[in-house]
Design a protein around this ligand. Structure first.
Ligand SMILES: Nc1ncnc2c1ncn2[C@@H]1O[C@H](COP(=O)(O)OP(=O)(O)OP(=O)(O)O)[C@@H](O)[C@H]1O
Ligand SMILES: [Mg+2]
Length: 280
């Protein structure tokens, strides 16, 4: 089994779908209202219409509390009780779990399981073939640069290493879509930059569709084919910006003029989103 996609990602070019347009995730008129135990209602999301294209790296930014995690949880099938429609590669919401892998801010590895056993967890939950899963887990551990650590325990790894393992775990059942919620939020700045580049390499090797939430505008631009900007609560999509920076991207990308122009544009869009809310 090879992790490398049958068609190479387009080196030196921005994202261009190389097959007929196909969305991996489709959200139509999705709204979510939470009812708290004290009887209050929180309007978390309002009328979200969004397609995540197959193979795309989509970054999502927006103020704290604007509903990003709620949106990710809806896509992941972890959040019920919403209005609107979700489809994932045309499948019904009930099949979603098989089709997504999730990476949270904290690696959430089980301390009593070694690294290999942690990576295997989703495959066990989904009752996938054990032999094939072990083979794939080894490939993924190598892909995230931790070959040789299979029999170590989480406490023996650094924060960055643990987060790499949580990415391997999210991919072990070969989901079409990788959902990441501030995956680098708990890392120091230097580790974070290294991880940005590493995750792009993993994405390029596996050709997954990625939906990544981040608080960092520069990370959103550096990694994304497209950046979705959400308004403060109730979260709405206020802008979608295509990032036409060539790939593969590297540290030099960060010092280019085009990169600065995109981050400036997004900063202004986030500001406009906030002032709209204030004026509402
Ligand atoms: N289980 C819940 N019950 C009630 N309200 C909730 C629940 N989960 C989230 N909320 C509320 O919904 C809103 C959106 O929360 P969410 O966690 O999606 O925001 P976010 O954009 O991910 O924020 P952050 O950037 O801080 O992670 C917030 O006002 C939050 O308080
Ligand atoms: Mg969140």
């Amino acid at each position: 089994m090879s992790l490398v996609a049958s068609y190479p990602r387009r080196a030196g070019q921005p994202y261009v779908p190389d097959r007929p347009f196909q969305e991996a995730v489709r959200l139509r008129a999705v709204s979510k209202i939470y009812e708290t135990e004290s009887g209050e209602t929180v309007h978390a999301l309002s009328n979200i219409n969004l397609d995540v294209r197959s193979g795309e790296f989509l970054s999502v930014i927006g103020a704290s509390g604007c509903g990003k995690t709620t949106l990710l949880r809806i896509i992941a099938g972890l959040e019920g009780g919403y209005d609107g429609e979700l489809s994932l590669r045309g499948d019904s919401a009930s099949q979603v779990r098989r089709n997504v892998g999730i990476v949270f801010q904290d690696s959430n590895l089980l301390p009593w399981r070694n690294i290999l056993q942690n990576v295997l967890l989703p495959a066990q939950v989904l009752r996938l073939d054990r032999r094939a899963s072990i083979e794939r887990a080894h490939e993924l551990i190598e892909l995230v640069g931790l070959k040789g650590f299979e029999h170590k325990y989480p406490y023996e790894l650094s924060g960055g290493m643990r987060q790499r393992i949580s990415i391997a775990r999210a991919l072990v059942h070969d989901p079409a879509v990788l959902l990441m919620d501030e995956p680098f939020g708990a890392l120091d700045a230097l580790t974070r930059e290294v991880m940005n580049v590493e995750v792009l390499k993993i994405w390029e090797a596996t050709n997954k569709t990625v939906f990544m939430i981040t608080h960092s505008i520069s990370e959103a631009v550096f990694m994304g084919d497209r950046v979705v900007v959400m308004s403060p609560r109730p979260g709405r999509v206020v802008a979608e910006v295509d990032i036409a920076l060539p790939r593969p991207r590297n540290i030099e990308t960060l010092s280019g003029e085009a990169f600065a122009a995109y981050t400036g544009q997004l900063r202004r869009l986030l500001d406009i989103g906030s002032s709209r809310k204030e004026g509402a």
